[in-house]
Design a protein. Structure first.
Length: 454
């Protein structure tokens, strides 16, 4: 083991490969290690100078010999081999931390939360891109963090998952946002409070000169709001769709309002009806994005123009087609209960819901009131079918489907004019599909097949 390089990158997915390339370009010798099998995605490793690759189970005593480890978000820090290295005093960081260390010239905006963070990050990136200087947007969204690096970047806007936040140390965003919290990834965390602690790490390096944007409406975030009330904490900028809140940004009487200057009247930014993205969840996304972007230097005009133009992200409450008076909506990114709780009330005329997939140790019971109020028919797919059927069979008429195509055909048969067929699964996709994007594409293809048959 004496010939081991000083550095090791663990996990060779998108962020891991970007980390290997970043370090190799700076002439660092390293070991690129993954517990899976090599695939075409890993082919470039062979041509990278100073890089040795290994595809085998992680080994704690070996990891303990490195000077620094860069951990991909898909590999939990609780892995016994990683814990062995940590106990030996080896720093275990990630690509977010590495980008921050190499970007002294840049300002950072960090955005996390259970739901809506991709939409909010994209909106903020577009708003700040209207300012002078280069803005790069990515992280858990789109391009891996280190692939964004450029020497002249003025500001980075990063979507950050709880997995990524686990392995930051000095990362210090001038503006950090926590959008919401609901049950998710409980197969990785010891309860909701463990998940919240990981999310709250986004604020750990902030000082009084920084800004913490936080949802004022989400009771699950109260422990974080309490901590942010400390005198040495960053300045809190709340956002809301349910209350007038001086010092923040909120929605009231159909208007998006900036009330950050508490001693002055609220300033109208725009009418909510002017936005292209609609629905209760998107009103909250707009308020959050406005608060973040304004604190990072954007103007009201910047916020207004982006919200007028932005059509939404694929697979997130995305309109697919209207046929025979029925609207089809693709919300495949709704992989947890919290997302579905936000999606369903956006269609008060009635919903035929397609849900299910691979459960993530999820409590589905919070869905019951909304199913009773809005959902006329439930269609279940995936390995969570029987678990969900047992909970909901006395709540709403339901059917089981064997495929996405089968589910869409059933939905067409039961949906009535004026209703919405909504794919919002409350589950992961990996039991039947490659990922949530694949699931959403299959839904869209199945809807288009109905058109072809008509």
């Amino acid at each position: 083991m004496a010939d081991l390089p000083a550095r090791c990158v663990i996990g060779l997915g998108g962020s891991g490969m970007a980390t290997v390339q970043f370090l190799a370009e700076r002439q660092h010798e390293l070991l690129a290690w993954d517990e899976g099998k090599p695939c075409p995605h890993h082919t470039p490793l062979a041509a990278m100078a100073g890089v040795t690759s290994r595809f085998a189970p992680l080994h704690g005593p070996t990891l303990a010999q490195f000077r620094e480890i860069y951990l991909s978000p898909g590999v939990p820090r609780s892995h016994p081999a990683i814990q062995h290295a940590i106990a030996a005093g080896v720093p275990v960081i990630n690509d977010i931390e590495l980008l921050f260390r190499h970007s002294e010239q840049a300002a950072f905006v960090g955005i996390t939360g259970t739901n809506g963070k991709s939409t909010v990050t994209t909106l903020v990136g577009l708003m700040l891109a209207r300012l002078p200087g280069t803005t790069r947007t990515g992280g858990n969204l789109g391009d891996a963090a280190l692939s964004l690096w450029q020497a002249d970047v003025e500001r980075y806007v990063l979507e950050l998952s709880s997995f990524q936040l686990e392995s930051i140390e000095g990362f210090h965003p001038e503006v950090a946002a926590l959008l919401n919290l609901s049950d998710d990834h409980l197969d990785r965390y010891n309860g909701l409070q463990g998940y919240l602690r990981a999310k709250a790490r986004i604020f750990q390096r902030q000082t009084q000169r920084d800004r913490a944007v936080i949802n004022a409406d989400d009771p699950a975030l109260q422990p974080v709001r309490d901590i942010l009330g400390h005198p040495s904490a960053p300045r809190v900028v709340p956002f809301s769709t349910q209350q007038v809140i001086k010092g923040g940004v909120y929605v009231q009487d159909g208007q998006l309002l900036d009330h950050r200057q508490m001693t002055q009247p609220a300033i109208p930014i725009m009418a909510i009806a002017e936005m292209r993205i609609q629905g209760r969840c998107n009103h909250a996304n707009a308020a959050a994005a406005a608060a973040i972007a304004l604190e990072a230097g954007a103007s009201h005009a910047d916020v207004r123009q982006v919200l007028r133009d932005f059509p939404g992200l694929p697979h997130r409450m995305a309109w697919v087609r209207r046929m025979d008076g029925v609207t089809y909506i693709n919300d495949s990114k709704g992989t947890n209960v919290g997302a579905v709780l936000e999606a369903i009330p956006s269609f008060p005329e009635g919903v035929v819901l397609i849900a299910g997939g691979k459960a993530k140790k999820t409590d589905f019971s919070p869905l019951i009131p909304l199913l009773q109020k809005y959902v006329r028919h439930l269609i279940l797919i995936g390995t969570a079918t029987e678990e969900m059927a047992a909970m909901f069979q006395a709540v709403v008429p339901l059917q089981r489907a064997t495929s996405m195509e089968d589910a869409v055909q059933i939905a067409q048969q039961v949906a009535q004019p004026g209703e919405t067929v909504l794919l919002s699964p409350a589950c992961a996709s990996f039991d039947m599909f490659l990922n949530f994007e694949d699931r959403g594409r299959r839904f869209c293809q199945a809807v288009e097949a109905l058109v072809a048959q008509a």
